[in-house]
Ligand binder design. Structure first.
Ligand code: FA5
Length: 344
């Protein structure tokens, strides 16, 4: 048997071991080129075929083909082994220990003002009120004129206004929702609504005043509504909100859109002795209210000879301050997480 053929047979024994030791894909490619490439060992042997007799040529062809097949199988198997090893290493590295405690996800909480609004709305819902809404950017007609506050009326100064144009403004109170609701009801349906929302005034910020704050408007319009209904409603709400500990008082007041008008005060958290928050009076004003003025009913399409109504506007921040013993309204707006977390 010629040496060329012997060498190829020897190669068969050698490649199995050689290839099984390879750990890198690149090395496999090199090895493939070494045996099977154009200038590889087998090609080299084939090129020397002419030096063999007929039976030698046949034998060389057979042995070369067998060897080529064997090399390909070995390369393929080793390639798979390397790949599997890579995957196993990756899995080991990225393994997740499901018994480890998870990362705690910090959850937010409803803002204390939102909680207060929700609680008050719930109280009114139980009394049959439904929630109405209106825009914060309002027109002057609904914010003032239809509420019996014509231009140049001195009472407009009671609510210093952020104007956007001469007619468009940031609503100074939630009372324009009264107007919107009455106009929508075409002057012939009873109304029983509450409307919570933000309002804006050019007030100087201090412990009890903010240039942006929240109100909750209430409005009842029906054929038989009296001031005793208003008083009964306010007493009931104050009792439910503050319990029996706090005292409330109704003071005669003035609003152009109600007649008569009252303001309601609640005893301050100082217990009535006087402090900076209540400006030494012992009382904190929480709302304005009154019987809907006949001019307002008329402007909004209701006949004041047939319909009567009462309305009120609560200051949400003041109520939250009293409820939770907060001594400065600005705490609601500075977003100090330590303050907010207390209401989680
Ligand atoms: C009004 O806004 C009337 N629209 C309320 C009303 C409605 C009266 C319906 C009659 C009928 P007043 O300006 O007083 O009223 O505000 C009502 C409440 O909002 C006050 O009692 C107070 O609790 C709160 N409030 C007023 N100004 C501020 C302010 N700058 N910061 C925080 N709360 C305020």
């Amino acid at each position: 048997m010629s040496n060329i053929i012997k060498n190829i047979i020897k190669l068969k024994d050698e490649v199995v071991e050689n290839i099984s030791k390879i750990k890198e894909e690149q090395q496999l490619n090199n090895e493939k080129a070494k045996y099977l490439g154009k200038k590889g060992i087998i090609a080299e042997a084939i090129r020397m075929m002419d030096t063999l007799d007929e039976s030698g040529k046949k034998e060389l062809g057979r042995v070369s083909n067998e060897t080529k097949k064997l090399i390909n199988v070995c390369l393929e198997n080793q390639r798979k082994l390397i790949e599997n090893e890579k995957i196993n290493q990756k899995l080991l590295k990225e393994a997740i220990d499901v018994t480890l405690p998870g990362t705690k996800i910090k959850t937010g909480t409803r803002h204390v003002l939102r909680q207060t609004v929700d609680e008050i709305v719930q109280l009114f819902s139980e009394m049959g009120y439904i929630v109405a809404e209106g825009p914060e950017i309002e027109n002057e007609d609904y914010n003032f004129e239809k509420l019996n506050l014509p231009k140049n009326h001195p009472a407009r100064d009671m609510q210093d206004t952020f104007y956007i144009t001469e007619q468009i403004l940031l609503r100074t109170h939630t009372s324009p929702v009264q107007v919107r609701t009455m106009l929508k009801n075409n002057g012939n349906k009873p109304i029983k609504i509450v409307c919570p929302g933000k309002v804006y005034r050019r007030d100087d910020d201090d412990a009890t005043h903010s240039h942006q704050f929240m109100q909750l408007e209430g409005l009842i319009v029906d054929k038989k509504v009296s001031i005793s209904d208003l008083k009964g409603t306010l007493d009931e709400i104050a009792r439910k909100m503050f319990g029996e500990d706090k005292k409330i008082r109704l003071r005669p007041s003035y609003f152009p859109f109600t007649e008569p008008s009252v303001e309601v005060d609640v005893t301050c958290n100082c217990g009535g002795v006087g402090c900076n928050i209540c400006k030494q009076t012992g009382w904190i004003e929480i709302l304005g209210a009154g019987m809907v003025h006949p001019n307002v009913l008329t402007a909004c399409g209701y006949d004041p000879e047939v319909y009567r109504g009462f309305a009120f506007g609560l200051g949400i921040e003041r109520i939250a301050m009293l409820k939770y013993g907060i001594d400065d309204i600005r705490n609601f707006y500075i977003n100090d997480i330590r303050f907010l977390n207390q209401f989680n």
